[in-house]
Design a protein around this ligand. Structure first.
Ligand code: GLA
Length: 374
């Protein structure tokens, strides 16, 4: 294996060259390098910025205005890579998770009569791609100043973390002047493999480190969800949310029903579940998945996706031990994730939409995080 520095230097050279050679029309993506890792800052016409690194394809910060025009960073995380790698707990802040985001029961699945075994890193299951998932590897970066985008690519080898097939994948982050982060995921493989890529940013629309997210008002465009067993593996059923704490069809504060007497909430330690998005019969089409409104600042986040599911996780495992980039501690439920995806454990659930990518097919999904104020 080549040392990381040997892989990154030529790639950084190209990036630097393209930044230097292109006319600087006020929109160039800023590229920095430190300890052989790249950092990219996307800016738009409104002064919104998004900082990304090729380590784990992590979104390190998202700076957006509130209704008075005050800017704040609303994404949990750190300023440097060492803080991500050395933290006492690694909750996937801002990362792309894969090869299979979410859980696979007992870390086992079968394709074409062959059984595969994954590391059990979330006993008794496999979570978010294994021990060294896509959140902990170095991606190859390239920038496109024309479209204000960064593309990160990664080749996951056949057998890596127990998954079959060489998987060539990329994620493109593009910042628009409509304050939207457009995320495109692409992948191809040379052997049939499960794949489920998602973005694991923790949002707090008040600002990172500004207490809990329980007062944020959430709408999820879903009338059904996938209840789980005590290990957070779906039972396979998709009951209606109506009349349960899982009903977010009309916006309500995240904290309103979170303490209700409910077995599912007990299993998740709060919300940590997948919703079956209402696609209006438009499988694979871009539709609205969720809207979040924070009353104090007026900030709004709209999530749209081509994916059929949405894992809403409200930071139940955060407990104040981690201190973020501005020195504030990340308290219990101090951030929420809206992970657009296929349903958990799909490789073992015949009734769920398939997550198996075959050679000759292309995996292509898209998710948009759009910010505004009210
Ligand atoms: C996902 C899972 C959660 C938890 C977080 C990371 O959202 O569903 O259970 O593992 O990632 O802490």
């Amino acid at each position: 294996m080549k040392p990381i520095s040997a892989i990154l230097r030529p790639c950084f050279g190209l990036v630097l060259m393209s930044v230097l050679l292109l006319p600087q029309v006020g929109k160039a993506v800023e590229v920095e390098t430190a300890d052989d890792i790249q950092f990219y800052t996307l800016k738009n016409a409104n002064g919104m910025t998004v900082r990304i690194t090729n380590y784990g394809a992590i979104i390190m910060s998202i700076v957006v205005p509130d209704r008075e025009g005050n800017m704040a960073d609303i994404a949990l995380g750190y300023n440097d890579i060492a803080s991500y790698t050395n933290a006492v707990d690694k909750p996937y802040f801002g990362a792309v998770v894969g090869r299979y985001g979410n859980r696979i029961a007992k870390g086992k699945f079968t394709i074409d009569d062959q059984e595969y075994s994954l590391a059990i890193n979330n006993p008794p299951n496999s979570l978010h791609g294994g021990i060294i998932g896509f959140d902990k590897v170095i991606w190859n970066g390239s920038v496109d100043d024309e479209t204000n985008a960064v593309t990160l690519s990664y080749l996951a080898k056949d057998g890596e973390e127990g998954y079959p097939g060489n998987l060539n994948c990329s994620v493109t982050y593009r910042l628009t002047d409509e304050n939207a982060i457009e995320i495109d995921y692409l992948a191809t493989t040379d052997k049939a493999t499960p794949i489920n890529l998602t973005q694991h940013t923790y949002f707090n629309l008040k600002g990172e480190g500004e207490g809990t997210i329980l007062g944020h008002e959430l709408m999820i465009n879903a009338r059904r969800f996938t209840p789980v067993d005590e290990t957070l593996i779906p039972t396979g059923k998709t009951p209606a949310v109506q009349g349960t704490p899982f009903d977010f069809t009309t916006a309500k504060p995240i904290g309103r029903d979170i303490a209700a007497e409910n077995e599912q909430l007990k299993f998740g330690g709060g919300y940590d579940h997948n919703w079956v998005l209402d696609k209006g019969g438009q499988t694979g089409e871009m539709t609205l998945a969720a809207t979040v409104y924070e009353p104090k600042t007026g900030r709004v986040l709209e999530v749209s996706t081509t994916e059929p599911g949405l894992q809403f996780y409200c930071g139940n495992f955060l407990d104040g031990r981690l201190t973020g980039k501005s020195g504030k501690s990340y308290v219990h439920r101090g951030g929420f994730c809206l992970e657009t995806q296929h349903y958990p454990d799909s490789p073992n659930q015949p009734n769920f939409p398939s997550t198996i990518l075959k050679p000759d097919d292309e995996y292509a999904t898209k998710t948009i995080f759009k910010f505004s104020t009210r």
